[in-house]
Design a protein around this ligand. Structure first.
Ligand SMILES: C[S@@+](CC[C@H](N)C(=O)[O-])C[C@H]1O[C@@H](n2cnc3c(N)ncnc32)[C@H](O)[C@@H]1O
Length: 228
């Protein structure tokens, strides 16, 4: 007769058996789940989405600012301020989940280009575009906005940081006369805005929007400390 293992060993054996069964179940699920395509973002189940997340490549370099979405109320106000027509081409530089380009195409029928350096955001944006059936109007590009040619833009939307807006200034200044540039929250030191709109959204959250029209006027230098 074989002696039964001591109680401590027994619980270890049970734990290992449980882990083994779980591992087999997970492996079976993964094997029988169609492998999603990260370029198109096609995924229909939670597990597929998880696999998708795990297989999305890392960005070539770190984004200059992480993803935080512009509140929808501000997106709509900014697009309203731009007075979009179907002749416009809108670029959202750092497009996140594609909310600007999707809203612009859906509400105003404009052609729109969303650009993001982060493949995971590109995936989110493409999925958003497809969900709304806007592939005929919206293009999502994976690129660094500082290396991108966006000279065909007639409207540019930004939610970056003040110093990133300033870094974009040479390219923005070279856009066609009449191009509208709208920035959520942040100014662009050295360029006098055409208007600044400040409004209260849901829950009294305040939103600030800056608008410039190419060619903008230079901003007078900030007064020196101690000067009269
Ligand atoms: C604050 S989020 C704004 C997202 C979207 N425009 C919105 O307003 O909802 C900034 C986005 O810029 C992207 N980003 C940061 N640096 C970038 C770069 N150099 N080139 C392209 N995209 C960049 C980030 O990945 C992120 O999705």
């Amino acid at each position: 007769m074989t002696p039964s293992p001591p109680p401590r060993n027994r619980s270890r054996v049970r734990l290992l058996t449980l882990v083994g069964v779980l591992a087999v179940l997970i492996a079976a699920q993964v094997c029988f789940t169609p492998f999603p395509d990260w370029r198109t973002g096609e995924a229909s189940s939670h597990l597929e989405r998880l696999v998708l997340r795990l297989t999305v490549p890392e960005p070539g370099r770190e984004p200059d600012v992480p993803f935080v979405g512009t509140p929808q109320a501000a997106v709509e106000r900014m697009l309203g301020m731009a007075a979009l027509t179907t002749n416009d081409v809108l670029y959202d530089l750092g497009c996140g989940d594609g909310r600007f380009v999707v809203t612009a195409a859906q509400r105003f029928g404009v052609r729109a280009v969303g650009v993001d350096i982060d493949p995971a955001r590109v995936l989110d944006s493409r999925r958003n575009v497809r969900k709304h059936g806007l592939e005929h109007l919206v293009t999502i590009k994976q690129a660094d906005i500082f290396e991108l040619d966006f000279s065909d833009a007639t409207v540019v939307t930004l939610y970056l940081l003040p110093h990133l807006n300033v870094r974009l200034m040479p390219k923005l200044a070279g856009l066609k006369p009449g191009t509208r540039i709208l920035s959520y929250e942040f100014d662009m030191r050295g360029a006098r805005p055409n208007r600044v709109v400040d409004f209260a959204g849901q829950g009294q959250q305040r939103h600030k929007i800056y608008e410039w029209i190419v060619p903008w006027e230079p901003e007078p230098p900030a007064p020196q400390a101690g000067s009269r």
